[in-house]
Design a protein around this ligand. Structure first.
Ligand code: NAG
Ligand code: NAG
Length: 290
């Protein structure tokens, strides 16, 4: 969800971070990297190979590898002490996990479900994630912004699998389970590595609020995608052949998987200034101030 990072950068008063692949050959790498770098990739997962269909995503493992080159470069250029200082103030935002779950529960051509139970899936996602967060810690990271997965069973592609058009309960159950795993792993990390701080955003319940009380948030359509074709506009992604709705700001979902800009904006506002009910244990404004 690159759009969330753009809104977040805006809130923090920074320009949005350029993608790593566009600046890795810059002549002055220090200058290119020092203001922040985006490693985000559409379709990426915590586990390798979420993108069976197009094979173009950069999985989290590769994103961390790319980050380690940025780390090494900055340490060489500005020295260990300055670099550590810089990294300890930096924010490490992770919006990841929904593609692993979507892949498992249908729609992205994965056959993971033939080999693993959903319990095994969510456990291994959390285990791998913990390993990656520790790698980031060893590479200087101290402030983490972790965005939990939404109620994935309510995205149009999942509703489309239910004859009644209601949310898929099993997918929501495991989305919630994964979020709980993430909550405990962050608490464990905080106990082990005393000098980290984090924000964990409860995307799941904020999204459910949109669906249950749409008018409170300015939405009128919570089921169908704005852009697509077929039932709930969820048979086809937002390709040139698709149709799109006249007023996207009243939709929660842009396409069969992703929230609209209007929904992302509320997510980011909540991450920044929300109460402990939705951003745990502190909000982003407080994390920045630490
Ligand atoms: C590269 O950029 C950094 C940070 O903006 C600056 O301090 C440094 O002088 C630059 N190095 C060169 C060789 O221009
Ligand atoms: C489909 O929706 C109904 C409610 O209309 C719900 O009871 C049922 O569990 C859903 N089916 C699946 C597979 O999630």
């Amino acid at each position: 969800m690159f759009i969330m990072c753009m809104f977040a950068a805006d809130k923090v008063g920074l320009p949005s971070s350029p993608p790593y692949l566009s600046i890795r050959s810059a002549s002055n790498k220090t200058n290119a990297f020092i203001g922040g770098v985006s490693f985000a990739s559409g379709g990426a997962g915590i586990l390798d190979g979420t993108d069976k269909l197009f094979k173009q995503a950069i999985p989290l493992s590769k994103q961390i590898e790319y980050y380690s080159t940025v780390f090494t470069e900055l340490v060489q250029q500005i020295g260990t002490v300055e670099a550590q200082k810089h990294f300890s103030k930096s924010l490490y935002a992770l919006v990841i996990g929904s593609n692993d779950i979507l892949g498992y529960f249908g729609g992205l051509g994965s056959n993971l479900h033939l080999k693993n139970t959903p319990q095994e899936l969510t456990d291994s996602m959390a285990l791998m994630l913990k390993g990656y967060l520790k790698q980031l810690y060893n590479l200087g990271a101290r402030k983490f912004v972790m965005v939990g997965v939404g109620a994935i069973g309510c995205c149009p592609s999942q509703r489309n699998q239910n004859k009644t058009g209601a949310c898929k309960e099993e997918t929501n159950y495991w989305s919630n389970k994964f979020n709980q795993n993430v909550k405990s792993l962050l608490q464990e990390m905080k106990t082990e590595l005393k000098d980290i701080n984090y924000v964990l955003f409860d995307t799941y319940n904020v999204l459910l609020n949109f669906i249950q009380k749409p008018a409170d948030y300015g939405f009128t359509e919570v089921k169908a995608a704005c852009c697509g074709l077929g039932n709930l506009n969820a048979n086809v992604p937002c390709l040139p052949i698709a149709q799109y709705c006249p007023k996207r700001t009243d939709h929660v979902f842009w396409d069969l998987y992703h929230p609209t800009e209007a929904a992302a904006k509320i997510f980011v506002d909540t991450i920044f200034d929300g109460s402990q009910q939705y951003v745990y244990p502190i909000n982003l404004r407080k994390l920045i101030a630490l």
